[in-house]
Design a binder for this molecule. Structure first.
Ligand code: HEM
Length: 505
């Protein structure tokens, strides 16, 4: 869909819109002087139009793809104007790593767009910076570790959830169904157990509504109209999707506040049930010692909890759905995974410690994440200070996009970057091998906070489902028909599809 189509579909009056665009164009021309390069050479890039920047060159359905192509012309550090905003794009494994890891401080602030600024108000983790971000990130990491991540406790929670998920798959008796909802409920329940200390029944209408709404918000978050809103916030009142997202998120926060109120009423500092309890105890302790101005306030708690759900549910659920779709599309690879699982663990429950003995399965999971590339432009960063990088001057506060697509499909790092090839992670003897360009969780100061939890979930969900079911296209659909074109959203998910899960036991 072109930019104009995107605009017109959402706008009640084209005349009003064009009038506003012209008005802003004049303002822009009056206000923008010539951009001097007094501090040094800025990264090159396509010449921008006033106000629209390079928007007409970007495919808003696949902006990451256009940026990847532009990197081939302008190099691994280049400038692009997304509407009126100047953005520096980092492309290729070496450059992204050098920036995020070797210049972690300079490239480590979050770029906060209009929508997320409005929704998060500087609180929480994902869209926050400075001392508050540092404190919330540290607290979340410690507590997520205590309540599960990387530990036996979360292994048990995931295994318990796997059982419920298997029941849902079994109810379909081998008939084709869309796995989206069940997958999302299962991964959402892992975050619920860690955050609140308990899971919800999949039939609970409040739980279903929360998860479905959050899922819809993630999808809408990447829509063309929301991308346009972030460039031209004055379009806000004209955009249906913006109203819908704001409503969904407000409803979700209300629900969280109610759950937090319930936990507060039954709080026992000697026995924390989850992340929320720990936060409330810390808040109480600080207040009792007279510190009433700490970062431990209710807005930070709600926003952090909202971030953990938003960042931890859709990402993991979407990756799982890619995994099952790829298995249905490549039955030979599915057969090898199942042969390995049967040979190594038989019919008992898979455990985290089995991973080292399942190199092929592990390689398939890694390759799924590499090809699925679900967060193709990472989450925007911004420079925390002036920086000279690879000979280019980048001013403090410049938006930076680490183009993860260009890392996960870097032609100098992967033998066949555009095909599904588990051999990317195997040596000649079939042993699992790491590849440093495997960076779906990004890297550096902002690296995904839930990486170890996500890796554990993917391994246990994937292995347990493949042990139990054989996945195939619905009757009348061939493997070739299964479409791997992603659908547009804040994360790249498979287009809507159904699969048959036929019991193997
Ligand atoms: C397959 C699953 C997942 C993938 C691919 C993924 C990927 C990412 C990526 C690419 C980022 C941006 C890093 C950057 O800014 O450079 C991120 C950030 C983040 N992720 Fe994940 N993630 C996953 C699962 C999770 C889970 C399960 C959680 C929660 C427990 C989580 C919590 C977060 C948080 C809180 C941030 C923001 C970190 C910050 O700004 O400091 N993620 N993730």
């Amino acid at each position: 869909m072109s930019l104009m189509e995107g605009l017109l579909l959402q706008a009640p009056s084209t005349v009003t819109l064009l009038g506003a665009v012209l008005f802003l164009l004049v303002l822009y021309l009056l206000s923008s002087g010539s951009s001097s390069e007094e501090h040094g050479k800025e990264p090159p890039g396509p010449r921008p139009l006033p106000l629209l920047g390079n928007l007409l060159q970007l495919d808003l359905n696949r902006p990451y793809q256009t940026l990847f192509e532009l990197s081939k012309k302008y190099g691994s550090v280049f400038t692009v104007h997304i509407g009126p905003q100047k953005v520096v794009v980092l492309a290729g494994y070496k450059t992204v790593k050098q920036a995020l890891v070797n210049h972690a401080e300079e490239f480590g602030d979050r770029g906060i767009n209009h929508l997320f600024g409005e929704l998060n108000k500087g609180h929480g983790i994902v869209f926050a910076n400075g001392d508050s971000w540092k404190e919330m990130r540290r607290f979340a990491l410690t507590n997520l570790r205590d309540f599960g991540m990387g530990k036996k406790a979360s292994e048990e929670k995931i295994i318990e959830e796997v059982r419920y998920l298997i029941e849902v798959f079994e109810e379909h008796n081998g008939k084709a169904f869309d796995t989206t909802q069940a997958m999302n409920y299962a991964v959402s329940n892992i975050i619920c157990s860690i955050v609140y200390g308990s899971r919800f029944d999949y039939s609970d209408p409040r739980f279903r509504r929360s998860v479905d709404q959050a899922n819809e918000s993630i999808r809408l978050g990447g829509s063309i109209s929301i991308q346009l809103y972030n460039m031209f916030p004055w379009l806000g009142p004209l955009l249906k999707n913006k109203t819908l997202i704001m409503k969904n998120i407000a409803d979700n926060k209300e629900e969280m506040k109610e759950l937090v109120r319930g936990l507060k009423e039954t709080l026992n500092p000697q026995m924390c049930r989850g992340f929320v309890d720990s936060f409330l105890v810390r808040k109480q302790t600080l207040e009792e010692s007279g510190n009433m101005n700490s970062h431990y306030h209710i807005e930070n708690l709600i926003q952090t909890v909202a971030n953990l759900f938003a960042a931890g549910t859709d990402t993991t659920g979407t990756t799982m759905r890619w995994g099952l779709l790829l298995m249905a599309k490549y039955p030979d690879i599915q057969d090898r995974v199942q042969e390995e699982i049967s040979r190594v663990i038989g019919s008992r429950q898979a455990l985290v410690e089995d991973r080292k003995n399942l190199p092929y399965t592990d390689a398939v999971i890694h390759e799924t994440q590499r090809l699925a590339n679900i967060v193709p432009m990472s989450i925007p960063h911004t420079t925390s200070q002036d920086v000279t990088f690879q000979g280019y001057f980048i001013k403090k506060g410049t938006a930076v996009l680490p183009l993860l697509t260009s890392v996960l499909q870097d032609e100098s790092e992967w033998k066949s970057p555009h095909t599904f090839n588990p051999a990317h992670f195997l040596d000649e003897e079939g042993r699992f091998v790491k590849n440093d360009a495997f960076m779906p969780f990004s890297a550096g100061r902002r690296v995904c906070l839930g990486e170890s939890l996500a890796r554990m979930e993917l391994f246990l969900f994937f292995t347990s489902l493949l042990q139990r079911f054989c996945f195939s296209p619905p009757p009348g659909v061939t493997e070739e028909d299964l479409d791997l074109t992603p659908s547009l959203g804040f994360t790249l998910s498979p287009s809507s599809h159904q699969l048959c899960a036929v019991s193997r036991v």
